[in-house]
Design a protein around this ligand. Structure first.
Ligand code: CTP
Ligand code: MG
Length: 238
């Protein structure tokens, strides 16, 4: 008898151990309120309510004292809290993957998504899952660069204009198989990759670019909070 192929599962891994230095608020940005709930609550809700996601791992800073202040009890059946965040985003993801050992299998998919991208929707997630389901490498949501790009020269003047053709802005989720992602981040000794795709590229693979949506913004600066709240309220009205 041919043994049944094990089912490939989709796991979400949410790095949430940053301090939000560019936001300039005392409270780490993932806990700043959007429509009366902490940003991270919106992010986790997207994954915890999606039927295609088996389990959601959120990675916090070991010294995080804010998580307990917020009630995320609604997510209990799917959510697992890991207190093993590192000094860089890559280190946080690497530690999270290590903590998933024994739970995730080699070929299971891991969708790494920034806690600071609360405007992701089920439609965006569905699109990514459908596009990459049978892909050997995996990939990421991204959007083509729309602005004209200037290379800075001396004295704050333009040195030249960079061609933008073929350039994309990487977003998250970034979706890779557990085994490949773990190997890629282990090889990234300095934990310096700013996204998972970069670590996977360093192993010689070419991740797929999957058309994303500008609404999946990363909240980085104060002004992004206003836009994120508008997008979330629009989505709530639907
Ligand atoms: N992140 C993390 N561990 C780190 C740094 C970042 O888990 N050591 C997470 C952040 O919490 C965020 C995501 O990675 O959800 C994207 O990072 P970014 O937007 O850069 O957040 P911060 O690093 O917190 O912000 P800043 O760079 O402005 O300090
Ligand atoms: Mg950062």
């Amino acid at each position: 008898m041919i043994p049944a192929m094990p089912t490939t599962r989709n796991y979400a891994l949410i790095p949430a151990a940053g301090s939000g230095s560019r936001m300039g608020s005392v409270l780490p940005k993932q806990y700043l309120p959007l429509l009366g709930k902490p940003m991270i609550h919106h992010t986790l809700a997207v994954f915890c309510s999606h039927p295609g996601i088996s389990r959601v791992y959120v990675v916090l800073d070991p010294d995080d004292t804010d998580w307990e202040r917020h009630d995320c009890g609604a997510f209990d059946d799917k959510l697992e809290v890991l207190r093993c965040g590192g000094a860089t985003r890559a280190a946080t993801v690497k530690n999270g993957l290590a903590a998933m050992a024994g739970k995730a299998h080699e070929r299971d998919w891991v969708l790494v998504h920034d806690a600071a991208r609360p405007c992701l929707t089920h439609a965006m997630l569905d699109h990514l899952l459908a596009e990459l389901r049978d892909d050997e490498v995996g990939g990421l949501l991204a959007v083509p660069v729309a602005d004209t790009l200037k290379r800075e020269g001396a004295d704050g003047r333009v040195d030249h204009t960079e061609p933008r053709s073929g350039l994309w802005r990487a977003q998250t989720p970034q979706m890779f198989r557990y085994d490949l992602l773990r190997r890629a981040l282990q090889a990234d000794g300095a934990a310096a990759s700013t996204d998972e795709a970069q670590a996977v590229e360093s192993l010689g693979h070419a991740p797929r670019l999957v058309m994303g949506d500008g609404h999946n913004l990363k909240v980085t600066y104060q002004e992004d909070l206003v836009i994120a709240e508008l997008l979330l309220s629009k989505a709530e009205k639907k």
